[in-house]
Design a protein around this ligand. Structure first.
Ligand SMILES: Nc1ncnc2c1ncn2[C@@H]1O[C@H](COP(=O)(O)OP(=O)(O)OP(=O)(O)O)[C@@H](O)[C@H]1O
Ligand SMILES: [Mg+2]
Length: 366
């Protein structure tokens, strides 16, 4: 076999070299050329070669296999991908359909699918939660509107009935006068309801401006106490002052006054004749705690949360007095929350109730 130039040069330099070679009409060869060096002199070059025919044959077959198999593999993986993507995205389709039905106004729709802990499962869960909340809040709005209409319709019905009756035939002047007086009362009642509704809806929209000035709660409490003494007089209800500690909070004096007055009014209203109402103010760490305690009709535990809802009145309260729309405490809890405070109730049926309002104390200026 002829020795190539590179093989010659490399072996002359004392190194072994591997080469591939192809001669006409011969199978391809793989060659190794090894120099034999004795005492620093290159004596021989041993060259060994082997046919690459079998390897080439394997490679050729492999190429054919690739050419045939690749399109098949591609087609199979495409089909599998299509199938898997379709399966994985089917829940997304369901979500889209449900969203369409919900957009059409059916908020009772929920996604029914296995709650697997994968991405789609989480998405569906989140989606259901969201619809649930939307549903609840729409329901609340509808309830609110119907309650509000109902509350306003009652005084209107009364006014209409009385007016029609008195107009039926000529009557003495006093009759007209008394109907007008009664109508004025109903008008006052409606004005009060509308004012409260307006306040709550403006509060919902974040339009109620709150002043933030230091307010001395103790003088507020004493003021309200004086006012409340008159409230209870005709039913012989005594309004007393309990412990009153000095306490400064940051807030809106008018709103805080309204909050406390609402609570005291409730306490007087839901007391029995001869009962006692006590107003207190203590400080506890970083909080001022206002309390209004009565010995009145009390509130069943199941209603403790609901009394803060708009228009909610307990059956006992309805039986006790007709007066009231059930908006007072909703306003109280809004005022407390917008002062970063909390309002709580403890009550035993028939024994009395204590409402407490915790408000953060104003930071003491050094
Ligand atoms: N001190 C209390 N004792 C017993 N029940 C109370 C007391 N305070 C509130 N409640 C219950 O909570 C309900 C809601 O109170 P809220 O002040 O919101 O409404 P209201 O007093 O009925 O009407 P208004 O809107 O005129 O205040 C009352 O109807 C009553 O059932
Ligand atoms: Mg009230």
């Amino acid at each position: 076999m002829p020795l190539s130039r590179t093989a010659l040069e490399t072996t002359f330099n004392g190194r072994t070299i591997f080469e591939s070679a192809k001669y006409p009409n011969e199978p391809p060869l793989r060659l190794i050329s090894v120099p034999i060096i004795y005492r620093g002199n290159l004596l021989y070059i041993v060259q060994v070669g082997t046919s690459m025919e079998s390897i080439e044959e394997i490679l050729r077959r492999f190429l054919i296999l690739l050419i045939v198999a690749m399109p098949i593999a591609l087609a199979v993986s495409l089909a599998a991908g299509w199938f898997l993507a379709g399966r994985a995205l089917r829940p997304v389709d369901a979500i889209t359909l449900a969203a369409q039905r919900i957009a059409a106004g059916d908020l009772s729709q929920r996604l029914t699918m296995s709650t697997t802990p994968d991405e789609i499962g989480r998405l569906a869960g989140m989606f259901n939660d969201m619809i649930g909340r939307l549903d609840a809040s729409f329901r609340q709005i509808r309830q609110f509107t119907s309650d509000a209409s109902h509350e306003l319709r009652t005084p209107l019905t009364v006014m209409k009935g009385e007016t029609e009756l008195v107009l039926r035939r000529p009557r003495p002047l006093e009759d007209y006068q008394s109907v007008l007086e009664s109508n004025l009362e109903e008008i006052d009642r409606m004005t009060h309801i509308v004012d409260e509704l307006l306040f709550l809806s403006r509060a919902d929209m974040g339009e109620v401006k709150m002043e933030l000035v230091p307010v001395a709660l103790e003088s507020l409490v004493e003021d309200i106490h004086r006012q409340a003494t008159l409230l209870g007089q005709d039913r012989n209800i005594e309004v007393m002052l309990g412990t009153v500690m000095p306490a400064m909070v940051q807030g809106d004096e008018l709103r805080l006054r309204e909050l406390l007055l609402n609570l005291v009014e409730n306490a007087v209203k839901y007391s029995r004749p001869g009962g006692k109402v006590e107003i207190g103010l203590v400080t506890d760490g970083q909080q001022a705690i206002l309390s209004v305690t009565d010995q009145g009709i009390g509130i069943a535990p199941k209603d403790h949360q609901r009394i803060f809802d708009r228009f909610f009145r307990t059956d006992e309260a309805r039986a006790h007095t007709k007066k009231g729309t059930g908006l007072g405490l909703a306003i109280c809890s809004w005022i407390a929350e917008s002062h970063r405070g909390r309002i709580n109730v403890q009550s035993d049926m028939g024994q009395g109730s204590t409402f407490t309002v915790a408000l953060p104390l104003a930071p003491r200026s050094a």
